[in-house]
Design a protein around this ligand. Structure first.
Ligand SMILES: Nc1ncnc2c1ncn2[C@@H]1O[C@H](COP(=O)(O)OP(=O)(O)OP(=O)(O)O)[C@@H](O)[C@H]1O
Ligand SMILES: Nc1ncnc2c1ncn2[C@@H]1O[C@H](COP(=O)(O)OP(=O)(O)OP(=O)(O)O)[C@@H](O)[C@H]1O
Ligand SMILES: [Mg+2]
Ligand SMILES: [Mg+2]
Lengths: 259, 259
């Protein structure tokens, strides 16, 4: 039975989508069966694999709205990553977006049941969420075993972590008592910035063993993913970004921050 | 009568808040009376001036919920920036956040009237929005003369610009026919990245004269703003980031991208 992990933040642009795509790819390359589920109507995750409109016909929207079967909305991510599947949102317009978010609010039970079904076929399911803590993120948290919080290595992002914790605790208290922290992941650490070491120390001081040992460095190669339509280990295996996500995948496979 | 400009994006972390704080500061240093209005319950803008909880007692939430007068919720940004005022959101909890977003949906008329009142006292009002195109961003667009879209110089951000344009056109069509584009601002341009020049060319090719000539470079000094509680021109005037926002302010004062 796979672990369902929501990737969440309130701060924007902290690396949720990049972590879903690249960590998912690295785990799948280590023989884990991984599913990436897109809950962000921006469709950034699908774009990482060129599975955004007009490349796909179906996605999570069709499952929730029209009863499409899970098998109809799951896509292979990449020919060289046979263990990595993706369910894109398939949101193509603002009208679709309103319907998508509305359905994730109204049909939470359908969403949770679908996830339970899917979890039998995978070792890991990562849910990529938009930069907000209300719907659809609450729906993701209700249906998850864990949540992972990327913390961009900058002061603005660090300030918002408390709010994320409180939102998750609220879901845990009211609806999903088994929800646990998977870990905090420091991302986009810039060697040239004066505050990088201070922020890493402060995050480790406050969040202790829940912070992954692996820190993802700022690496422009990572920003090429949406253009290339493939995760970084498919095109730049020796880059600092790829090596970091590989280290993170190994850290997770050998216990990780939530144990 | 001041110009009311919403700073909007769907993509997270593209520099909306940094632009509000630093462009606002530069214009105010050039003798313009500027007000920064925080519509993001994350309170990142207030944090740029150390006007987030627990530093303030009142903010936009109190105006909308309890009828606080505008004068009670306007704060001077910084002792060395007498022309720059800030209205923080004053959202201190997830409960506050839900009320805040709800009020911006329900009390749009109150919000628009408040903005009309305030606009008589300023040359520029910048509204900092969260990374989403539904509420409260739609409320901001309804009450604005213009909208400005920061485009982070990376593929993921470039892909979402179309959605922003469509959302703004929808508001223009249905409710606010005078809403116009203030300009697209390329941000966080990283000299070391292979795609920087390509992306700048592509943005200029598609959005033409609506793109500001000024490009904001990636400059770690800009990320220190929330820690220091002051905009970059208060502590690092010679940095690439400060110089760029000064150039942008001059570009705006001499015509800018919307004319
Ligand atoms: N370590 C890194 N180094 C350099 N660029 C990165 C890194 N991680 C992600 N990026 C790039 O930074 C941008 C933001 O990352 P990403 O989209 O993954 O964040 P996000 O949290 O999903 O954003 P949103 O809040 O909009 O959903 C993207 O262009 C991405 O390619
Ligand atoms: N040009 C720049 N160079 C380096 N860092 C920057 C630059 N502009 C902004 N930053 C930093 O990048 C991070 C994201 O910027 P900012 O918070 O302004 O974006 P945003 O669009 O308001 O994000 P959100 O979507 O969460 O509201 C912040 O830590 C900020 O200090
Ligand atoms: Mg994302
Ligand atoms: Mg912001």
């Amino acid at each position: 039975m796979g672990q369902v992990i929501s990737i969440v933040s309130q701060k924007g642009g902290v690396g949720k989508t990049s972590t879903a795509a690249n960590l998912g790819a690295c785990l799948s390359a280590m023989k884990q069966k991984v599913l990436l589920l897109e809950l962000d109507p921006q469709c950034g995750l699908a774009r990482c694999f060129h599975l955004d409109a007009p490349h796909v016909q179906f996605g999570l929207l069709d499952l929730l709205r029209d009863g499409a079967a899970p098998s109809e909305v799951v896509y292979l991510s990449h020919r060289r990553l046979p263990n990595l599947d993706v369910i894109p949102a398939n949101v193509q317009s603002s009208a679709d977006e309103a319907v998508f978010v509305g359905l994730l609010r109204e049909r939470r039970d359908l969403f949770t049941e679908t996830l339970d079904q899917l979890a039998t076929g995978y070792d890991y399911i990562f849910i990529d969420c938009p930069p907000r803590l209300d719907y659809p993120t609450t729906t993701a948290l209700v249906a998850s075993d864990f949540y992972l919080v990327p913390i961009q290595c900058e002061y603005a992002a660090m300030a918002t972590v408390g709010r994320v914790l409180r939102a998750a605790l609220e879901v845990k208290r009211r609806i999903n008592p088994l929800l646990g922290i998977y870990g905090f992941l420091i991302t986009m650490a810039d060697k040239r910035a004066s505050f990088t070491i201070k922020i890493i120390e402060e995050v480790r001081q406050y969040l202790k063993e829940r912070v992954f040992k692996t820190v993802i460095p700022r690496d422009p190669y990572l920003a090429e993913v949406p253009k290339r339509g493939e995760p970084i280990l498919a095109y730049e295996l020796e880059s600092p970004g790829a090596k970091a996500y590989i280290r993170l995948a190994k850290e997770i496979l050998t216990g990780g921050a939530h144990l």
